[in-house]
Design a protein around this ligand. Sequence first.
Ligand SMILES: *[C@@H]1O[C@H](CO)[C@@H](O)[C@H](O)[C@H]1NC(C)=O
Ligand SMILES: *[C@@H]1O[C@H](CO)[C@@H](O)[C@H](O)[C@H]1NC(C)=O
Ligand SMILES: *[C@@H]1O[C@H](CO)[C@@H](O)[C@H](O)[C@H]1NC(C)=O
Ligand SMILES: *[C@@H]1O[C@H](CO)[C@@H](O)[C@H](O)[C@H]1NC(C)=O
Ligand SMILES: *[C@@H]1O[C@H](CO)[C@@H](O)[C@H](O)[C@H]1NC(C)=O
Ligand SMILES: *[C@@H]1O[C@H](CO)[C@@H](O)[C@H](O)[C@H]1NC(C)=O
Ligand SMILES: *[C@@H]1O[C@H](CO)[C@@H](O)[C@H](O)[C@H]1NC(C)=O
Ligand SMILES: *[C@@H]1O[C@H](CO)[C@@H](O)[C@H](O)[C@H]1NC(C)=O
Ligand SMILES: *[C@@H]1O[C@H](CO)[C@@H](O)[C@H](O)[C@H]1NC(C)=O
Ligand SMILES: *[C@@H]1O[C@H](CO)[C@@H](O)[C@H](O)[C@H]1NC(C)=O
Length: 602
Amino acid sequence: MTRTSLWCLLAGFLVSTSALSPSLVKHSLPDIPSGWAELQNASLDPGRGLNLRFGLAQHRFSQLEALLQNISDPSHPNYGQHLSKEKVHALSTPANDTLEAVERWLTIHNASSVKWSSSQDSVSAVLPVSAAEDMLSARFSIFEHAKSGHRIVRTLSYSLPADLLPHIDFVHPTTAFFDPLRHGMGRFVSDGDSQPAHASVSHLEKRPVVLNQSDFTSCVSVVDPPCVRKLFNIGNYTPDATLNNRIGVAGYLDIWARPDSLALYLADYVPESIGSNYTMDVVNITGPFQTSTVSDEGNLDTQMAIQVAFPIPMTYYTTNSVPPYIPDENQDGEVPGVNEPYLDFIDHILGLDNPPTVITTSYGDDEQTVPLDYANAVCQGFAKLGARGITVLFSSGDQGLGTGELSACIANTGNNATTFLPVFPASCPYVTTVGETIGLSPQTAGLGSGAGFSYYFDRPWYQDAAVSDYLAGPANNNETTLQASMYNHNGRAYPDIVCTGGGAFFDFFFNRWDLGGGTSVAVPTTASMVALLNDWRLRNGKPTMGFLNPFLYGVGSKGLVDIMEGLVDGCEQPGFNATSGWDPASGLGFFDFEKLKSLALL
Ligand SMILES: *[C@@H]1O[C@H](CO)[C@@H](O)[C@H](O)[C@H]1NC(C)=O
Ligand SMILES: *[C@@H]1O[C@H](CO)[C@@H](O)[C@H](O)[C@H]1NC(C)=O
Ligand SMILES: *[C@@H]1O[C@H](CO)[C@@H](O)[C@H](O)[C@H]1NC(C)=O
Ligand SMILES: *[C@@H]1O[C@H](CO)[C@@H](O)[C@H](O)[C@H]1NC(C)=O
Ligand SMILES: *[C@@H]1O[C@H](CO)[C@@H](O)[C@H](O)[C@H]1NC(C)=O
Ligand SMILES: *[C@@H]1O[C@H](CO)[C@@H](O)[C@H](O)[C@H]1NC(C)=O
Ligand SMILES: *[C@@H]1O[C@H](CO)[C@@H](O)[C@H](O)[C@H]1NC(C)=O
Ligand SMILES: *[C@@H]1O[C@H](CO)[C@@H](O)[C@H](O)[C@H]1NC(C)=O
Ligand SMILES: *[C@@H]1O[C@H](CO)[C@@H](O)[C@H](O)[C@H]1NC(C)=O
Ligand SMILES: *[C@@H]1O[C@H](CO)[C@@H](O)[C@H](O)[C@H]1NC(C)=O
């Protein structure tokens, strides 16, 4: 039994050429993804509106990437010289011929509700199914997800006219089949195997007894801000609320976070907040649509993010996809919010003059369920956030190297190969991915903590040495042949770092409490500490940390506590042992804040 299950308790140039130019396949799936079935007998109204997003070719991305590499390298003279909003927009805006071609194509097909992103790197539009099928040489149908009953309109393949192919990176959601049941990464005591996350919490409907804050032994079963201070050597460091510093917490899938719940948490766990009237800002980028949603994940994420960072300002951003432009859009039961609308979120943040300095996100999907071209655009978006000086943190997930059973660890490439299941965006090289530790003295690698090697993204420069050393080193010597065939040895490897996975009490619905655990505790807790590092840099007249990985794998590694005990597993394989230096079980280790503080000023 892994720890995961234990926790269950508790836009042609020319009209004519476009129309005549042959279509070339942009993306196609070999089969209907497992867990989904096409509703053969349900007819899809050809007039029904589809909301599609077209991603435009990013001809200057390599330039942005080269700049990012320099400004995030502590040893480079340009370290910390983050790019302005205007500069990132300029590097994101497609070439004029691309803009013209795409605009013309949408116009000919009578696209409505055409909405361009702020740097024009993508455009969303509503098209009738019949027009979309014509434009993309696709056949859309209704697919149903067996376990949840959710229905979506998708195609198994789509093509682009040859003359548009160099101008369009992706059309979304065409071939994207995300798992609708995959919500946040948190594990909650109130989770049952089959019931909704918040169905039965009678035993927690009272406020939990607050720990004796001077007694560290109480941290053994539950983590709270004093424990976090102790575990990560934060001491009594107190940040300044008046610096240009802000924590951003991202929420998706109709999940919301309540300011009144945050107030209860602060009153009980952050005594220095009493009398301050501190509250978070909430920005609904799109949605939420179902305002009754009781949200474990949103409340857990915001409450953990403020733990040691009070009184740094915080904003919760809720983003849902498929805004209801057309009233009958959901007539076939399509649930809003299952398209993981990272691009709406990224676009919003890139439009801000003063964006948050750190953003924490506890969501993810199996990488193979996210079409490569779309994943690539989202990952480029995170690189843009990094270039603005924002630290982008993602949870590694709570499924180890995949799921429990080997039979569920199957590649969707058509050959049913056995494979580990990396998670995206954790697998994007431009985010800092956080796994969880278990136990407190010592903290060891968490068996169920998400880990893996991307099939989509090559191993980036900053971790090449660390990861090659691990794969060739003694800790991995006795790997089985099967396991060695189950991952991409040249892929971006994660997690980068780890942090405690709890448990931690939080208020999940005004005056109802729950105990949360997993990487949903680990990643916002890390954000709370990154906010402190940013405070420290700002206080010393320096820019914020920004894209963190080159620092962490470089000079910053001396401020991390290496974990050499434990392992990570999954798919009934032996897994990967923790060892000195980077390993899949515990990344580079966890924060020693006091040391990181000094290293951050070098
Ligand atoms: C359509 O087929 C599904 C099974 O694929 C079945 O459950 C449903 O009842 C059918 N609906 C109609 C209207 O025939
Ligand atoms: C990055 O730094 C290197 C070495 O200092 C320099 O040669 C290169 O031109 C820089 N790249 C960019 C895009 O500024
Ligand atoms: C692209 O179009 C803009 C606005 O029409 C114009 O200012 C700019 O010079 C054009 N750029 C190129 C490279 O043609
Ligand atoms: C677009 O709309 C015009 C005017 O309503 C119509 O004549 C034309 O056939 C439409 N084009 C397409 C591709 O539907
Ligand atoms: C809290 O713990 C400390 C150290 O164990 C102990 O001295 C103190 O009495 C405890 N306070 C309360 C209110 O239990
Ligand atoms: C908090 O709000 C109350 C009531 O509006 C006000 O009296 C008090 O001065 C505020 N406290 C702070 C620290 O701003
Ligand atoms: C965001 O949505 C929630 C839930 O519908 C609502 O209560 C809240 O007022 C909204 N906030 C803003 C700033 O629009
Ligand atoms: C892969 O597995 C599916 C479901 O079991 C099966 O229908 C399909 O034939 C298999 N494909 C191959 C190439 O074995
Ligand atoms: C991990 O360590 C155990 C115990 O030392 C060993 O049996 C196993 O082979 C190691 N795993 C790998 C992949 O080397
Ligand atoms: C692991 O491999 C080494 C040689 O690389 C060998 O000496 C050792 O006995 C092996 N350990 C186990 C547990 O198989």
